[in-house]
Design a protein around this ligand. Structure first.
Ligand SMILES: [Ca+2]
Ligand SMILES: [Ca+2]
Length: 242
């Protein structure tokens, strides 16, 4: 038992050394895609987990279907970082009313029947949308991971620098599933527990945006020395409650 506990403590210490924030999980309703839209389990968002480290913010979007079993499905992140007034539009031309302005947008896809994932990150500069990076471009500011596609999880990471974010900054966001065509609505919105649209081409409407606070865990040199010296649980607890 002592060995197990010590192992858990060490795992916690390693997480702190890595500077990972604790993940926030946002639940969505299962089965809230409108009944008119059939065969779209891969668009039914069930939950989203968000975390960050010193360089990236990570989104794990869980859906009710097997992403390896489908050759379509798009997953969008609309964000308001507050860096300008934003705009109630999106660079993919999807038929979405955010109900507010967004400053940053990620469009991602999981539509290659089990062998990949891709995404692009776009920023609103006050008058137009511009693409900052994509997985098919330099791929340094945004990337994806299909390792959990069979479990219905689309994983996307975006650099904090691309979003102009740092420790303590708050983003407000919505996450939306949609189809492959310009003019498609948001078929499921994380911000809504009921259906967001009754048909593919009928505009969807966001609910209240979710909120996430960037936490970059600093590691003072004295604390690092304590951990490396196996200073024990007391040092770990002090760190946890900083
Ligand atoms: Ca849902
Ligand atoms: Ca929903």
């Amino acid at each position: 038992m002592q060995i197990v506990q010590k192992g858990l403590v060490m795992a916690g210490m390693l997480a702190l050394i890595a500077g990972n924030a604790q993940a926030d999980v946002y639940a969505d309703q299962v089965g809230d895609v409108h009944g008119n839209i059939t065969g779209a389990d891969i668009l039914d968002i069930t939950s989203v987990e968000v975390t960050n480290d010193a360089h990236f913010i990570y989104f794990a979007i869980s859906v009710a279907g097997d992403l390896d079993a489908a050759n379509w499905g798009k997953y969008l992140i609309g964000m308001d970082t507050g860096r300008n007034a934003g705009d109630n539009s999106n660079p993919w031309g999807r038929n979405i009313n955010w109900g507010r302005g967004i400053t940053d947008f990620v469009g991602s896809w999981a539509d290659d029947a089990g062998s990949g994932v891709g995404a692009g990150v776009h920023a609103w500069n006050g008058s137009s949308w511009g693409m900052t990076d994509a997985t098919w471009a330099s791929g340094t500011e945004v990337f994806g991971d299909d390792v959990d596609h069979a479990a219905g999880i689309q994983r996307i990471a975006v650099s904090l620098a691309a979003l102009g974010l740092g420790d303590g900054d708050v983003i407000e966001f919505d996450i939306v599933s949609t189809g492959g065509n310009t003019g498609d609505a948001g078929i499921d919105h994380l911000s809504r527990l009921s259906s967001s649209t009754d048909w593919w081409t009928n505009q969807s409407l966001s609910g209240q945006f979710l909120s996430y606070t960037i936490q970059v865990v600093p590691l003072p040199s004295s604390a690092l020395a304590g951990i490396l010296g196996l200073g024990g649980l007391a040092a770990f607890k002090r760190l946890r409650h900083r």
